[in-house]
Write a protein that binds this ligand. Structure first.
Ligand SMILES: Nc1ncnc2c1ncn2[C@@H]1O[C@H](COP(=O)(O)OP(=O)(O)O)[C@@H](O)[C@H]1O
Ligand SMILES: [Mg+2]
Length: 283
């Protein structure tokens, strides 16, 4: 399936293409390396929400590094927005990451001695955006994740859920076409993790960025319309929630999210389910 057709008949190329990809790690002098991925193929369409699941050691982080242009495959092809990462220089890969991809990690990876606003503005520094616009765009991104009142706070002055929301603001401040999240709720309690997932889903729906969430939590994975299951470096199973098979968790969540957004715009609280960007953060 090289491309997808939208309901109005427009054919769009995939934003990510993974074709028969393997990745081995060399260990010291040994000739036999570790085969972390062995012949993985799939595609992600623009604006899609996909969960990648699998037990520890199945190759999830290795795959995320490839999808994020942080690494090149040992064999096979990874194309991001039509560009074969194997043909790009390190500088070109860095530019591709900065322009197209927002990363969210389990450990947040925020700079400790830096305000929320300056943490979020950092990708804009690399993108060559001037100081005044950086400050403005970072503040807007923080407002979009419900942290407009925490611009000058440092990470140590924020809860875990708030820190992850700063990391999400940093991931989306450059308006990337792909959001990659590796166990984004792994360091959060269930309720806060739910809020963070709701926020990622809202950004996915509103901004049309493809969202790829790596998780070993089946409840989190169940929110995605499509799940790719890895085991021992191969795709074991792909499950797609078809429109006819009853309301999937994600489909149930989306109308509620829109209702919530309308309620927020009208200055009211959440309509049906708790949202991360309303007062009363439980994190
Ligand atoms: N840098 C590395 N060097 C050697 N082996 C690695 C390296 N990174 C991962 N591996 C191995 O590759 C396999 C897949 O790892 P990983 O992609 O981190 O899995 P997951 O994220 O699903 O837990 C594991 O066996 C792991 O030990
Ligand atoms: Mg991992």
């Amino acid at each position: 399936m090289p491309s997808a057709r939208t309901p109005d008949g427009v054919v769009t190329p995939p934003i990510i293409e993974v074709d028969d990809v393997s990745r081995s790690y060399r260990l010291g002098d040994r000739t036999e390396g570790v085969a972390a991925l062995r012949g993985v193929s799939f595609e992600v369409q623009p604006g899609e929400f996909v969960a990648i699941v699998g037990p520890s050691g199945s190759g999830k982080s290795t795959l995320l590094n490839l999808l994020g242009a942080l690494d090149r495959p040992t064999s096979g092809t990874v194309r991001i927005d039509g560009r074969d990462v194997a043909t790009l220089s390190d500088t070109q890969l860095a530019r591709l990451r900065n322009a197209e991809i927002g990363f969210v990690f389990q450990q947040f990876h925020l700079l400790a001695r830096t305000s929320a606003r300056d943490n979020v503005a950092l990708p804009l520094v690399y993108a060559g955006v001037g100081r005044r616009e950086r400050v403005e765009q970072a503040a807007q991104a923080l407002q979009a994740v419900g942290l407009g009142h925490r611009l000058d706070h440092h990470p140590t002055e924020l809860s875990g859920g708030e820190q992850q929301r700063v990391a999400i603001a940093r991931a989306v401040v450059t308006a990337p076409r792909i959001i990659l999240a590796d166990e984004p709720t792994g360091n959060l309690d269930t309720a806060t993790g739910d809020d963070v997932m709701g926020l990622l889903e809202r950004l996915n729906a509103e901004r049309g960025a493809a969202l790829i969430v790596i998780t070993h939590d089946m409840e989190i994975a169940g929110r995605a319309p499509r799940q790719i299951r890895l085991r021992d470096g191969v795709v074991e199973h792909t499950s797609v929630v078809s429109p006819g098979s009853g309301p999937p968790p994600a489909a149930r969540g989306r109308p509620a999210l829109r209702a919530t957004d309308r309620a927020l715009q009208a200055g009211r609280g959440p309509a049906q389910r708790p949202q991360p960007d309303v007062p009363g953060d439980r994190s």
